[in-house]
Ligand binder design. Sequence first.
Ligand SMILES: *Cc1c(COP(=O)(O)O)cnc(C)c1O
Length: 353
Amino acid sequence: MSRYWSDFVHKLVPYVPGEQPKIPNLVKLNTNENPYPPSPRAIAAMQAELGASLRRYPDPTSGALVDAVAAHFGVPRECVFVGNGSDEVLAHVFLGLFRHAEPILFPDITYSFYPVYCGLYGIDYTAVPLDESFAIRVDEYLRPNGGIIFPNPNAPTGVPLPLDDIERLVSRNVDSVVVVDEAYVDFGADSAVALTQKYPNLLVTQTLSKSRSLAGLRVGYAIGHPALIEALVRIKDSFNSYPLDRLAIVGAAAAMADGDYFAQTCRAVVDSRTALVAELQALGFSVLPSAANFVFARHASCDGAELAQALREKAVLVRHFRSPARVAPYLRVTIGLPEENAALIAALRAILA
Ligand SMILES: *Cc1c(COP(=O)(O)O)cnc(C)c1O
């Protein structure tokens, strides 16, 4: 605390990212990174860019990446916005599309950055409870609101929402914007990107951090009606004209174009998830149905916080959330390489014995 701070800084409650500790031989299953390396074509594109061109500012519109994203989805380039991680894209969404008289709506159990952005930008929100099975109740969102946002599949549960439920929500909410945060959609949920060409109040965000193995590059994007995109561009150009550097633009564009590598690594993660769920169940865990690159699991008799601590002592890192109370018994476990998942299971077996 300091008297030099702007007043509102005293009241900020910042997001707490998962740890990135430097423990030797750590099995790191706590931040939903992809266990496979980025596309070799993305690496090659960045190596080719690494040189004298860095003297110059990058393209402020990231045009090559916008084109690659638009081509991948078959949408016009006017429907695409790119940013420095989808977290930055989401920050611009909150400021540019969600600051209205009515509170915005999101699930009571969801990505914990949403309330942080509300605090930063002075946006009211209402947290809408999930049902008993941790699913989003669409009918609870059909009320006056300043905007709606939820991840699909949801985080940290991994539970997906069917596309017809999303369409019902969007079509019956024409007075505000519905944002679907598809950070994990490539691991098994249905994307709403195609619906953006039908509904001018739908915006979909995605990231290259999870399914494209580029968390370290910081690239995300939004797809929606050109009028929504224009709001984001206005915010961006009032904040940072060059949010994506030259390496990020060429690396991300090459990653978007490498469909084969993407499909192969997503399939490997999904296959490992199927195997891991069966092994966790055999050890007495109940596991929520996941369409993501992580699972949310609770043990029949062991406390979540204690299990996470015991795993940590065996150099296996998973994520545990203390609140809300309903999630405290659970562990969120990122799907790792087959040998990392095996190390997790071996550690759990030793702890539970
Ligand atoms: C990881 C994640 C993001 C942010 O990803 P970036 O790394 O900032 O692109 C956004 N939403 C959810 C739900 C996430 O889990």
